[in-house]
Ligand binder design. Sequence first.
Ligand code: PTJ
Length: 248
Amino acid sequence: MEVPKSHPRYRSLLARHKLAEGVREGLVAPQGLIAQGRGEAFDYLLGERTIPPARRAERAAAAYLILARHPVVSVNGNVAALAAEDVVRLARAVPARLEVNLFYRTETRVRMVAKRLKDGGAQEILGIKPDARIPGLRSKRSLCSRIGIYSSDVVLVPLEDGDRTKALADMGKIVLAVDLNPMSRTSMAATVTIVDELTRALPNITSFVRSMKGRTATTERVVEAFDNDRNLALTFRHIRDRLERLAR
Ligand code: PTJ
């Protein structure tokens, strides 16, 4: 990509480049570009940085992942294109299993996402040959692995399309979502909603996992103290205060 690193919107241009390349290759669904554009608009409202409520949610997500018996990280086309290495690093730090789960599912795209994860260092990738279904979901997102998402207790769902978060919560799972839109159905239905950009959120969660691992009492305290509704309210307040400052 011929954009200097000093460009003020370098990160955003790089992400767009990766996604456009991904669409050209067939890794990313064309709709993934629309999802990114929507995310970017919300990121502007946050000031394109990790705001304090997002950091707290990232710490809570790390704590849930550490305490989980069977944690799984779900990966779609956008995540593979933007953050394959980051997602593999997080899964290894926990350790959690990685599962490919696509909304616009085709066998070719599943294979491409799996290959991207493998190139990023993943050893085991679930979801390639699904053998279970998430009840109550009619989209191809319902196809999952019995030893993966189906039997998980904690699932991280970065960039979700809405209805699966509720379906997973209805199965009794703890759902950790990364979504720049604090008003999305995913954000409202998740156990922990991380309103942050994916490539900022994943390394933050990984570093919280590394620093809290082995400190069970601290980790349990973080989970107990976290209140998602309150944290979302603080997110809205942060956006409101920022807009108020800009409007002065
Ligand atoms: O690869 P597939 O077939 O599973 O399809 C993936 C997409 C993303 C196309 C699909 O899940 C979809 O259509 O998602 P939505 O309904 O557009 O929702 C995506 C959500 O993620 C939106 O609320 C965006 O604001 C948010 N989002 C987009 N890009 C980012 C993001 N959040 C964090 N970081 C981003 N980079």
